[in-house]
Every structure is written in C-alpha cells, then in structure tokens.
Design a protein. Structure first.
Length: 480
C-alpha cells in the first residue's frame, strides 16, 4: 500500500483540479443540455426521448441527480470527473502491473495533465467516459491474450459499457482482430492456446448482456435495433459540409493535446517499444496508429473525435519516462521524483488550459439563461416554448420545447401550438425568416416595450422572448 501512496496523492490533486473547473463555460452546450435533459427524465421516471444517444452517461447522471438532488451544471459533471479518476486508475494499474510503479505513476500523470483530457472533464459529454471504457477494454484484452483468460470477461464487459456510451465502440472490433494478428506474430503458441479456450468464445456474451436491454428498447420503440448506429455512421461525413482538414491534422495537434514534454516522452516511449518489442507496449502503439489512421481518413477532423487515443499516448509517454530515464535519482525515490517532475508539467498544462477555462463560454451564456430565468414567472406547468437552441431551452426552462418550422408559411400555424417564442442571434439552425420577423414586428426599443424581453450579453449574443399571443397579434396586424 505504501508504494501506491504517491498515486493516491496524485488522485487527490487531480480531483481538486478537475472539480475546480467543472463550473467553466457558464452553461451547457447543445449536446450537454441533451444529456442533462435525458438524465432528468430518467430521474423522474419519464420517457427517454432519444433514438440515437446511448444511455450510459444519462444513466450515471440520473443516478447522481437522484442521490443528491443537485441540478447545478457543475454538480451534474461529477460522474464525468469520477470517470476521469477511474481512467487514471486503469492506466496506473495496468502499467504498474506490466512494468513498475514509477512508470505507472508517470503514465497516469501524463494522462491527467494532458490539456485535451483535462478540458473534457469540464463537459457533460461522452468523451471522457468513452476513452476510459475503451482503454479498459483494450488493456483487459491484452491481459487475457498473454495472461489469465478471465481478463477476457472484463474486456467484453468494458466493451459492452463502451457500446452504450458511444457508437464509435465498433472500432474495438478491428482493434481486437489486430491484437490477435500481432499476438500471433509475437507469441503464436500462446494466442493459439487462447483461441482454443472456452473462455475466449464465451466472454463476448458478457458484453452482449450489457448491450441487450438497449438493443431491445431500440427495436421495440423504433423497429430497428441498429437505428443509432445508422445515424452515427453518417454523422461525421455530413457534419459541416465543405470543410476539410489536411491528413496530417491530428499529428499537428498532438503537442496541444499532450503538451510538448508529453509528446517528447511519447516519442521516446515509442522508440523504446519498437526496440524492446515489449508485447504490452507494441499493442499500445498499434492502437495509437490505428486510431490516427482511421480518423485521419475523414474529411472533417476535430480533436474531441480522437480523445480515445489519450490513454495510449499517456502509457507510451510513461514508458519514455520510466524506462529510458535513469532508474535512480540521487537522494530521491523514483516515485517521489516523478511527482516533482509532474508538478513542473502541471505548470505547463495550466498555462494552456486555464485561459480556455476562463475565456470559453457556451453559446447563449448568459443571455439565454437570463431570459429563461426571467421568464419563469410567466411559465405555467403546461407551457410550451418555441426556440432554436432546443435542448438548452428545455433544460433551463424545464418546459416542453419545439423548434421553428423550416418554412415561413408554416410559422403562423405553429404559433397556435406554443405559449412563448424565443429568438436568438447565434444559433445556426434557426431559420433566417425568424430574425427578420422580429426586427419587422417589434420595432420599438426593448426598454420602452412591455410586450417582450431582450437580453444582450457582453459577447453580443441576444435572446428575445415574447408570448406567442403577442407574436400572433402583430403578425396578423401586419398582414403577413
């Protein structure tokens, strides 16, 4: 237990850092608000109103919401921080098991201080839970391949949990196949023995048991248990049409994802892995190469899409530190010296992340939140709102929300179905005619009108709110 004390101290420090930054960004972005609404619905025993968002993140947030009653944005991100700490523990545990405590401590530190990882702990999104479960599946499969067969059960348990977190889990299929091929090249007899074992073929049913309820729900509710997969498979290709990044985009982003010292140690660990032909290290390198090649093939690229690569980069960086640097530091234990080095890395990471936490704000903050807070005095239990930023409006108003019709000709009829209308100047999904109608029908300054509310924040984001009745009246009087 004593030799793990530095890692426990590291967990305490990371817990403090991560929880301190969960209140960043001011409010929820679109996807965060969707997950929050789904979690609130689950906690209330209401319908799960999504055909394509897997349930693990909403379920964990709903459990936290039910247990604590907290509804503040920062508090609801607690499960994400706990997943992050689990990820650090997995990296430390497996590297410590295969190498030594110092290397495990360094690997966990590189992951925890990776700016890309730290930044994502402040969002109620799937990136952190997914990368944690994804690396857990890979680590356990490696252990099953070269160690005890029981690890295959854990590998497929993690796979099942990954499936109900994010549909990118399908990449585990080809990765496991590549593991078998690489394993056959490195230790053919051991892999051949595992392929003949009952455990190897029974273990996938553990993952299927985890996935089964979600598949049944999809089939019974939508008539297609692959509905979510089909939606997700075309999502990236259709996202932001006309925008294309170069093939080397992710390689160029590695320094900002890891910090330069982290990247240098990663390169050192990569050369060590290839030179020593260590099985665990080579499998880790294989995952890095596969994920980079896979996502680099897409037209659109964004670092959040490849966050699953971070634990494997951190392990490789840990190897570069723990296996290449001298085995002893004069006057210091390796583990405590590693903590000092990680302290220096913390300063570099903070210089990169803190400005983002301070200056990054969710669209609509604070104008949308202020408008809906003011509007609460007018909302009844059955109030229905019309708005372009649907999930944020629904989360902050706690009322049913519908979107604007695409065609202006349908707008008047849609007004009859709602009680209030919210119009913003920052949501790209809002039809162009909406802002034009507002500027035409509500010409009087906000301070002179008692018929609508207008909030403009310091970022120039505006949120306009009026009753559907007032909108209908002015629309009728204008002859539109």
């Amino acid at each position: 237990m004593k030799r793990h004390l530095p890692f426990l101290l590291l967990l305490v420090v990371f817990s403090f850092l991560y929880f301190r930054t969960t209140s960043s960004h001011g409010g929820f972005v679109w996807d965060e608000a969707e997950y929050a609404v789904l979690a609130r619905n689950i906690a209330r025993g209401e319908a799960y109103e999504s055909s394509f968002r897997p349930p693990l993140v909403p379920l964990t947030v709903a459990a936290f919401l039910t247990a604590t009653g907290e509804t503040q944005e920062a508090a609801l991100k607690t499960p994400i921080v706990l997943f992050a700490l689990l990820g650090l523990s997995l990296v430390y545990g497996f590297v410590n098991r295969r190498f030594d405590t110092t290397t495990g401590l360094a690997a966990a530190g590189f992951l925890g201080l990776a700016p890309c990882f730290w930044l994502h702990t402040s969002y109620l999104l799937t990136e952190v839970p997914f990368l944690v479960l994804f690396c857990g599946a890979c680590f356990c499969f490696m252990e099953g391949l070269y160690g005890e067969e029981k690890w295959f059960y854990l590998a497929w348990l993690f796979t099942g949990l990954t499936f109900i977190t994010r549909y990118t889990c399908v990449l585990l299929g080809p990765i496991f196949v590549l593991f078998l091929i690489l394993g056959a090249l490195l230790d053919g007899e051991a892999v051949k023995k595992k392929l003949k074992s009952k455990t190897f073929w029974l273990a996938p049913f553990v993952g299927l048991l985890v996935q089964f309820p979600w598949l049944v729900r999809q089939q019974s509710q939508y008539g297609d248990f692959l509905k979510g997969f089909k939606y997700a498979s075309g999502q990236l290709q259709a996202y932001v049409p006309g925008v294309e990044m170069p093939a080397y985009y992710y390689l160029a982003e590695l320094p900002s994802m890891l910090t330069w010292p982290g990247l240098v140690f990663t390169l050192g660990g990569l050369f060590w892995s290839l030179g020593r032909k260590n099985k665990f290290a080579l499998h880790t390198t294989l995952v890095i190469a596969f994920l980079l090649l896979w996502f680099s093939a897409y037209r659109y690229k964004e670092t959040r899409l490849v966050t699953a690569i971070l634990p494997f980069l951190a392990v490789t960086a840990g190897l570069g530190y723990g296996q290449i640097l001298p085995k002893a530091w004069k006057g210091f234990s390796n583990r405590w010296m590693t903590l000092l080095c990680l302290g220096a890395l913390t300063v570099l990471s903070m210089r990169q992340t803190i400005p983002v936490f301070q200056n990054s704000h969710a669209l609509g903050y604070p104008s949308l939140k202020n408008a809906l807070k003011e509007g609460q005095q007018y909302f009844g239990p059955g109030t229905v709102l019309m708005s372009a930023p649907l999930p944020q409006t629904r989360w902050y108003s706690d009322r049913r929300t519908v979107g604007f019709p695409e065609k202006e000709a349908d707008f008047a009829a849609k007004l009859n179905e709602v009680n209030f209308v919210l119009v913003v100047n920052y949501e790209r999904g809002q039809p162009e005619y909406v802002a034009r109608l507002v500027s035409t029908l509500f010409p009087e300054p906000a301070q002179e009108s008692k018929k609508y509310l207008l909030f403009i924040d310091r970022f120039g984001q505006a949120t306009f709110m009026t009753s559907a009745e007032e909108f209908r009246l002015r629309l009728h009087n204008s002859g539109s």
